[in-house]
Design a protein around this ligand. Structure first.
Ligand code: HEM
Ligand SMILES: [Cu+2]
Length: 547
């Protein structure tokens, strides 16, 4: 198959003697595993995190299976504890945190700013190896028999009482943190030094802004969790007495350190999703992104405020009332930049010419779920309400709305949007729309009942519950079954498209942005001719309607 035959004949800038694209330049396994091309590394991450997602999803399926009966007879208590821990550990540390930055960020950030690669290509390869090494440790801890502390590793359970493979899993999470730091560093330096002529800060796509904001969080917050978890390992190994009250330590200290990272981590998960949605919405509403500058500032605003709210995880854990009131107030402040984004997407859609292709269906679903997740967060930030629903299924529902709604839907929306660019192939549009709708429906059937369960008092992490909660648990498990299909379906038809899909044109959506001005898939150095940017981001209005 020649290169020329693969592209749309009408594209002006590509020529017959154009270099081969990044997928076809070499084929060996070694050329992939030792690649320093940001695009190939993005694909390596994509494959890895997809694998981890399915590990986490199988655990979720087993959890929902267990919860169909109220007497907890399907698994032992120990097994149930290990299942929710595996699910949480894998989903948070090995899927969600790296998901969008490491895959789309790696692939797209250089292209979107007109660079030929990231600033430190070899460091980028290294960061994938570091990621896989950390994942290996975590997977080994599961193979050896699992861990039962929950993904939060709270002391003193994790330090003094758990006799499972905690240290091994901790090493995995510590190692994986270094990979985040390397990626963050690489992105920041790239945005500062490698923008194409004319690509000013305020011409950068919002996706690049969110990658920049996330990188700041990676660099500033990750070292804190690294230190906290190293202390945990030392405490387990040498009984040094940092967190264990029996040895003079303080378990609340662990919570402070843990959430000082892990609340910002929520925005590591959510900001990239916002970036993806900010690309999709203008493209499929055929309008300039409403209030571009506000959306850019809101990304930086979120990345900043997120550092000052960690105490909302500790309202009932013995911190001072003054601290709680302050953290409550600051948590409400997060609503402002979040709402700015939602208003701006809505305003972009308003009076736009909507094209409801698959990425847009995911984006609409995302906005709906994110709004519900965000509003219920305000309940949790209210001291008196959190007192009631803390550690109940209300929290489980809230964080799945934010994390699955805010990350997974955006991830899948982005995957469909850029799939033609990544692979040079189109997927089946009807299947895409069906799976997006199925996901939205399955998601709500799964998690909406959990708000009610939590409000009625069903605690999280329990698998024995009063019989009156059974109906809603069955609904939730039925929803999870729909959801399972909705996850497997795209996996199948996207893979199918690799061999049987139509060849993708350079710009299948007629979208703006530098990534659509190069070939699908892009050549080794991204552009055949280095681009010069003389247009604003999302200049859809300026487009002359085709005759
Ligand atoms: C496929 C649909 C899913 C189902 C049915 C599901 C189900 C569950 C259940 C039953 C729990 C235990 C709640 C508790 O006892 O506290 C849980 C916890 C959790 N889930 Fe999911 N989940 C799903 C998808 C996801 C995804 C996609 C993510 C992240 C990307 C995620 C992240 C988490 C986290 C972080 C926890 C907390 C684990 C812990 O308490 O240690 N879940 N999930
Ligand atoms: Cu938080």
């Amino acid at each position: 198959m020649t290169y020329a035959a693969q592209r749309d004949a009408h594209v002006p800038h590509a020529t017959i003697d154009a270099p081969k694209d990044y997928l076809h330049i070499t084929h060996t396994v070694k050329s992939w595993l030792l690649s320093t091309d940001h695009k190939r590394i993005g694909i390596l991450y994509l494959i890895s995190i997809t694998g981890f997602f399915f590990v986490g999803a199988v655990a979720a399926g087993l959890l929902r299976l267990s919860l169909v009966v109220p007497d907890g007879s399907i698994f032992t208590n120990d097994t149930y504890n290990k299942l929710f821990t595996i699910h949480g550990v894998v989903m948070v540390w090995f899927f969600m945190i790296p998901s969008i930055p490491a895959t789309f960020g790696n692939f797209l950030l250089p292209i979107m700013i007109g660079a030929k690669d990231l600033a430190f290509p070899k460091l980028n390869t290294t960061s994938w190896y570091v990621f896989m090494t950390g994942a290996l440790f975590a997977m080994l801890s599961v193979l050896f028999g699992g861990i039962d502390t929950g993904w939060t590793f709270y002391a003193p359970l994790s330090t003094a009482f758990s006799n499972t493979y905690v240290s091994l899993a901790l090493v995995g999470v510590i190692v994986v943190g270094f990979s985040s730091i390397l990626t963050g560093l690489n992105f920041i330096v790239t945005v500062h030094t490698m923008r194409a002529p004319g690509m000013t800060w305020f011409r950068m796509p919002i996706f690049v802004w969110t990658m920049y904001a996330v990188s700041m969080i990676f660099l500033l917050a990750t070292p804190v969790i690294t230190m906290a978890l190293i202390l945990l390992v030392m405490e387990r190994t040498f009984k040094i007495g940092v967190f264990d009250p029996a040895l003079g330590g303080d378990p609340v200290l662990f919570e402070h350190l843990f959430w000082f990272y892990s609340h910002p981590a929520v925005y590591i998960m959510v900001l990239p999703g916002m970036g993806v949605i900010s690309e999709i919405v203008p493209a499929f509403a055929r309008k300039k992104l409403f209030g571009y500058k506000f959306v850019a500032y809101a990304s930086i605003g979120l990345a900043t405020i997120t550092f000052f709210v960690w105490g909302h995880h500790m309202f009932v854990n013995g911190q001072s009332d003054y601290a709680s009131v302050t953290f409550s107030f600051l948590s409400f402040a997060v609503a402002v930049p979040s709402a700015v984004k939602v208003y701006n997407w809505t305003a972009t859609i308003h009076k736009g010419t909507l094209v409801l292709d698959t990425p847009m269906v995911y984006a609409m679903g995302y906005i709906g779920l994110f709004v519900i997740g965000g509003l219920t967060g305000l309940f949790l930030a209210t001291l008196s309400i959190d007192e009631h629903v803390h550690d109940t299924y209300f929290v489980v529902a809230h964080f799945h709305y934010i994390m699955v709604g805010g990350t997974v839907l955006a991830f899948l929306g982005g995957l469909h949007y850029w799939w033609p660019k990544f692979t040079g192939r189109m997927y089946n549009e009807a299947w895409g729309r069906i799976s997006a709708v199925l996901m939205f429906v399955g998601f709500n059937v799964t998690f909406a009942p959990q708000f009610i369960l939590g409000y009625l008092g069903m605690p999280r992490r329990y698998h024995v519950y009063p019989a009156e909660f059974q109906l809603m648990n069955i609904m939730s498990s039925a929803g999870a079954t729909i959801l399972a299909f909705a996850y497997v379906f795209p996996f199948v038809y996207l893979l199918y498209s690799l061999w049987f899909g139509k060849k993708a044109p350079d710009n299948p959506w007629d979208a703006k942005g530098l990534e659509w001005m190069t070939t699908s898939p892009p050549p080794l150095h991204n552009f055949i001719k280095p681009p010069v940017v003389d247009f604003e981001a999302y200049d859809y209005a300026a487009r002359v309607p085709e005759a």
